[in-house]
Structure formats: C-alpha cells, structure tokens
Design a protein around this ligand. Structure first.
Ligand code: NAP
Ligand code: G4F
Length: 355
C-alpha cells in the first residue's frame, strides 16, 4: 500500500485528491491547520474516527510556515508521494498579504523540498503550480515553454516554487513535478472565487437571501475546468517514468461576463437586474486572459478534460441551489445533476451509507 502526504487537504483540490488516492488504495495523510473554528468541512465525509480504522486517512496538525513540523512529519510518515497543495491561494488577498502569501506559497514549497531532500527514502513531489504564473501572457495559448510574467504576489510566489521544484529535481535528483493548472472549479470551490461567487449568488437570489451581486472586472477571461478531473492529472504526473512539468487546462476560454450571462440564463434570470460593479474587487494588476494548451499532458499521460464550461456551471449551480433549499423542478437539466459527494465510487464503498 502506497502512502501519500497532502498539504492543503482541507481545500477544494485536497479533498478531491484525498478521495482519489483512497480509491486507488493509498494510505492518505493530510496536514491541517489549527483553527478556532472547524476547517475540515470538505473532508468530513471521508474521515472516520481513528479508533474505528475504517478509512486509511490520518490528519496531522501542521503549517507550511513551520519547517521543523514539516520535516518531522516526513520523517515519521515516510510518504512515497507528497502533494503540495497548501497555499494562501486567493490572488486578490495576496495584494493585502504579500509576505504571508510568499511565506506559505514560495517558502512552503522550499521547506517541503528540503525535508524531502533529507528524507531516509525517495519521496516523489507534486507542486501545485498555477496558470497565474503566465500573468500578462507572452503568447496564446500558454504551454509549458511559455515564459512567465507574474502579476500578483501570489503569482510571483508560485514562480519561485516552480523554479525551486525544477532546481531540486536537477540538483538533488528528486522526482519532482510541477503541474501548471489553469483555473478549476467545483461545488467545493471557495465561495470568494468568481465562479462559486456567481453560482452561490444566484442561489441566494432565488432563495430570497440576497438582491444584488457585486462583482469586479467582468472582462477578465479564464480557462475553467472541473477540479475533480484535475486532481487525477496530479497523481498521473507522479506515475510517469520521468519527472516533468505539465500544463493542465481545457483549451476553452470565457470571460467573467459570459460566465454570468450563462449562469443567470440557465435559471431564467436577467443578470442586468442583479449584477452591479464594485471597484473594490478590481485588482492593482490584473491577468486579462488565460488559455491553456494541454497537448503535452494528453500525448504523454493520456489526460484529457471531459467536463466543459457549461456543464461545469450547471454542476455548481445545481449544488448551490440545493444547498439553499431552492426547488430544482423548474429546471430539469439542473435537477438531473447528481449531488457532489462522494466523488469516487470506491470511496463511497469505504465510508458506507449516509455520506
Ligand atoms: P484552496 O481551496 O484555497 O485550499 C488551500 C489549502 O491550503 C487549504 O487546505 C488551506 O487550509 C491550506 N493552507 C493555507 N495556508 C496554509 C498554510 N500556511 N499551511 C498549510 N496549509 C495551508 O485551494 P485549491 O483551489 O484547492 O488549490 C490547491 C492548490 O492549487 C493551491 O496551492 C493553489 O494555489 C493551487 N492552484 C489552484 C488552482 C485552482 O484553480 N483551484 C489553479 C492553479 C493552482 P485551510 O482550509 O485551513 O484554509
Ligand atoms: O476566481 P478568481 O478569484 O481566480 P484567479 O484570480 O484566476 O485565481 C484562481 O485561479 C488561479 C489559476 O489561474 C489559481 F492559481 C488561484 O489560486 C485561484 O484559484 O478570479 C478570476 C477572475 C479575475 O480576473 C478577477 O479579477 O475573475 C475576476 N473577477 C471579477 N469579479 C472576480 C470578481 N474575482 C473574484 N474573486 N471576485 C469577483 O467579484
């Protein structure tokens, strides 16, 4: 049985990756941060009391800013694979908290790489890189060879983590891979990222809990994919013969305005009546457009996205409407979308009924 350690297991990707690895028979360990309120909502359905040993999932307190803690965990757990998904991952927040963002994103990756370098056994490493690194893009679409032009403290920190991952691969012969993932979303997406803000906003409007949705730059364009499919690419990278870097993307680009128009249209609402612009959401430097070319991932690893933009929006809308108690029967398309969890059938079998 292989053992994996995931930083950021409580986040969107961490929760799907944990389910995916469990479905592959892994012994999964995750790093969680101490918090005064519960932060395990995305993994509660797969966690079982350690005394029962139903699911091979163990959680450890830790933080990417704590070198000694990370090194100790790697010494104790002896993972075959480490997935570094932990991060202050909100681009807009990174302008307000540049130092903390750099500490968790850039230095966090370096701390893990150092711990792996001195581990007693070989450990494979996955770094959660971002299309934000392309920033003010040099070419369209962006691929593995496209130069970076980061436009936020978050993106600068991710470039450092990317380069350091290459550095440790080349200098210390570590099986270390960078996934350069374009935006990926799901019903588990944080509520302040634009897709979820829109689908959740629509649910709140229909539930009578909100009357206006305040948004930022509607002209920004992104390549949005489905998170559940993207975590499979992370694992596949670590199963290749040689470590390498891969762009993971859909190759489809839409503006925030198109996102809003499509999502409101699905439930028959006119966005002009509900959406207002609040310049507070504008960023000091913006990334105008991102469009990925995942040819290398398709040709070398056989990875391809299946869920497109419209299906993704419907999956998220259906979830949010249900969560806000909105009756879906007027929209049979949404009513037909299955609930989100559990993500993989083998995990459903592990955790049993009532998830
Ligand atoms: P997310 O939902 O924001 O999750 C971030 C995770 O990192 C959470 O588990 C969070 O813990 C944890 N974390 C934050 N600061 C930490 C620290 N100092 N020490 C340890 N853990 C910390 O992000 P995501 O969407 O799942 O993304 C996963 C990774 O992929 C991130 O590194 C992100 O930057 C990167 N990425 C995401 C996308 C995307 O579109 N989603 C695209 C490219 C790259 P709490 O739950 O306690 O806050
Ligand atoms: O959803 P967003 O906040 O995602 P952003 O900035 O692209 O970053 C996400 O994807 C990256 C991969 O490319 C990840 F690395 C990163 O961790 C994160 O997951 O914003 C998308 C776009 C931006 O251009 C933003 O200015 O939407 C625009 N936008 C317009 N109105 C808004 C809003 N973004 C947010 N969050 N809230 C708004 O009201």
């Amino acid at each position: 049985m292989k053992t994996a350690l995931i930083s950021g297991i409580t986040g969107q990707d961490g929760s799907y990756l944990a389910e995916f690895l469990l479905s592959k028979g892994y012994n999964v360990h995750g790093i969680i941060r101490r918090s005064s309120s519960f932060n395990t909502g995305r993994i509660d359905h797969i966690y079982s009391d350690p005394h029962e040993q139903r699911v091979p999932l163990t959680l450890h307190y830790g933080d990417l800013t704590d070198s000694m803690g990370l090194a100790t965990l790697i010494q104790r757990i002896k993972p075959d694979e480490v997935y570094n998904l932990g991060a202050q991952s909100h681009v807009a927040v990174s302008f307000d908290m540049p130092e903390y963002t750099a500490d968790s994103v850039a230095m966090g990756a370096l701390r893990l790489l150092e711990a792996i370098r001195w581990a007693d056994q070989p450990v494979k490493f996955y770094q959660a890189g971002s299309s934000e690194m392309f920033g003010k893009v040099w070419e369209v679409p962006q691929r593995e060879t496209t130069k970076f032009y980061p436009r936020s403290p978050y993106a600068v920190a991710k470039v450092f983590a990317h380069d350091m991952t290459v550095q440790y691969r080349e200098a210390h012969d570590i099986f270390a891979c960078n996934g350069i993932l374009f935006n990926h979303e799901s019903p588990r997406r944080g509520a302040t990222f634009v897709t979820r803000k829109v689908t959740r906003g629509i649910a709140q409007i229909l539930a009578g809990e909100m009357h206006k949705l305040y948004m930022g730059n509607l002209d920004a364009k992104r390549d949005w994919g489905y998170a559940k499919e993207y975590v499979q690419a992370m694992w596949t990278m670590l199963q290749q013969d040689c470590p390498d870097d891969y762009v993971i993307a859909t190759g489809e680009m839409h503006s925030v305005r198109e996102l809003i128009e499509y999502a409101f249209g699905v439930v028959g609402l006119d966005p002009d009546q509900y959406v207002e612009i609040d310049p507070r959401y504008f960023r000091p430097t913006e990334v105008d457009q991102l469009l990925g070319d995942a040819t290398k991932a398709r040709e070398r690893m056989g990875w391809e996205p299946k869920v497109g933009f419209e299906e993704l929006v419907r999956i998220m809308l259906a979830h949010d409407l249900r969560e806000h108690g909105v009756d879906l029967s007027p929209w049979p398309d949404l009513d037909a979308v299955p609930p989100d969890a559990p993500a993989f059938p083998q995990v459903a079998a592990l955790v049993g009924e009532g998830v």
